[in-house]
Design a protein around this ligand. Structure first.
Ligand SMILES: [Zn+2]
Length: 335
C-alpha cells in the first residue's frame, strides 16, 4: 500500500496549445538557425561575387527551367529562368569549378555543422530539452508518489550512466540530421548552380534562386529541429517513466496530452486523455511521419494496479476537451 500512496495529481500544463511547453525553447533554436542561414547566405554571396566572372551575351534570353529537389515526400520545384544571357568563366575551367564546389560545401558545413560531431552547435538546445524532460518527469512523479519523492533526487537521475548514454545517443542522431541537412543543401545548390552555368543564367538570378533554395532548406531545418527538441524532451519522460518503475517497483504509464490545434492530426487528438505504456508510445513515434510537426506531450503518471489512472477526474476533463475540439469541426484535418 505504501508503494502506491499518492500525494497529488499529474501536472496538466496551463497552455493547452503547447502541452510540452517547448514553444519558447523551439523559438530560441529557430533564431539560432535563422542567424546561421543569414551568415551562410552572406558567405555564399561573397563566394559568388568572386567566382561568377564571365561576360554578358548579346542575345535575346530564352526561357528555361531548373528542377529543384525538395524534402522527401514533397514535390519538386520547377523554377523558370532566363537562359542564354551569360557565359561563366567557370564553364571553361573545370579545376576552378571543382574548387568552387569544395568551397561551397565547406561554407555550408561551417555554418550548419559548426562544432562538428563532438560539439555541434545544436547539442546545447537538445541537451536542454532532455534535461527539461527529466525535470518534468521528476516533478510529476514526485507529486504523485511519496515513495518516488523520498527516494529520488534530480542530481541522482542526472548522474546516472543511463542518463549520460541517452544524451550521447540524442547527440548522434542530431548530428546525423544536420549532416543530412547540409548534404541536401549542397546537392540542391550544386545542381542549381551547375544548371545555371550550363544554361547561361544571369549570375544575379542564380544568386537569387540560391537564396530562395536556402529558405526552403531553412524551413526544413526548423521542422527537423522542432522534432529533435520535442523528441528529446519526450524521450527523457519515457526513460524516467520506465526507470522509476524498474527502480522502485511503481506502476507507471504515460498520459497523452494533445495540443488540440486546428492542424492537429485526428489520430493524435484521439489519444488525448488516454494512458499508454512507454512501448506503445515508442511504437507510435517509430511510425515515420508521426514525429514531425507533433506538439503532443506524454506525461508520466502513476497507475493503479489495474493500469488505470488514480485521478479519474483528470481523464473526464481531458475527454471533455477532446470532444470540444471534435465538435468544433476539427479532426477532419489530415495534417
Ligand atoms: Zn502529436
Amino acid at each position: 500500500m505504501i508503494k502506491n500512496q499518492r500525494t497529488g495529481s499529474p501536472i496538466i500544463p496551463r497552455n493547452k496549445a503547447d502541452p510540452t511547453q517547448s514553444g519558447k525553447h523551439v523559438r530560441k533554436m529557430y533564431r539560432d538557425i535563422e542567424n546561421r542561414y543569414h551568415g551562410l547566405k552572406k558567405a555564399l554571396r561573397q563566394l559568388f561575387d568572386l567566382s561568377f566572372s564571365g561576360r554578358e551575351r548579346n542575345q535575346n534570353s530564352l526561357y528555361s527551367y531548373i528542377l529543384a529537389k525538395n524534402a522527401q515526400n514533397e514535390p519538386d520545384s520547377l523554377i523558370r529562368v532566363n537562359a542564354g544571357v551569360y557565359s561563366y568563366d567557370l564553364a571553361e575551367r573545370p579545376d576552378e569549378y571543382a574548387r568552387f564546389l569544395e568551397r561551397l560545401q565547406s561554407i555550408l558545413d561551417e555554418y550548419l555543422l559548426d562544432g562538428g560531431s563532438e560539439n555541434l552547435w545544436a547539442f546545447s538546445h537538445i541537451a536542454a530539452e532532455y534535461d527539461r524532460g527529466t525535470l518534468n518527469a521528476y516533478t510529476n512523479l514526485s507529486l504523485q508518489s511519496e515513495v518516488y519523492a523520498s527516494q529520488t533526487t534530480l542530481t541522482y537521475l542526472m548522474s546516472q550512466p543511463a542518463y549520460q548514454n541517452q544524451i550521447a545517443a540524442a547527440f548522434i542522431s542530431t548530428f546525423s540530421d544536420w549532416r543530412g541537412i547540409s548534404d541536401a543543401a549542397r546537392a540542391d545548390l550544386s545542381n542549381i548552380i551547375g544548371t545555371s552555368i550550363a544554361r547561361g543564367v544571369n549570375p544575379r538570378e542564380t544568386a537569387r534562386i540560391v537564396s530562395q533554395r536556402l529558405d526552403v532548406s531553412m524551413s526544413n531545418a526548423k521542422r527537423i529541429a522542432q522534432t529533435e527538441q520535442v523528441g528529446a524532451l519526450r524521450r527523457a519522460n519515457w526513460n524516467e517513466t520506465t526507470w522509476a518503475s524498474e527502480r522502485l517497483g511503481l506502476r507507471t504509464g504515460l498520459l497523452w496530452l494533445s495540443a488540440l490545434k486546428p492542424t492537429t492530426r485526428s489520430w493524435h487528438a484521439a489519444r488525448h486523455g488516454k494512458v499508454f505504456t512507454v512501448e506503445e508510445v515508442e511504437a507510435f513515434y517509430a511510425d515515420g511521419g508521426n514525429r514531425f510537426n507533433c506538439y503532443c506531450a506524454t506525461q508520466p503518471v502513476l497507475l493503479n494496479d489495474d493500469g488505470t489512472i488514480y485521478n479519474k477526474g483528470i481523464i473526464d476533463k481531458l475527454e471533455h476537451e477532446k470532444n470540444g475540439w471534435k465538435s468544433s469541426g476539427r479532426g477532419e484535418n489530415e495534417n
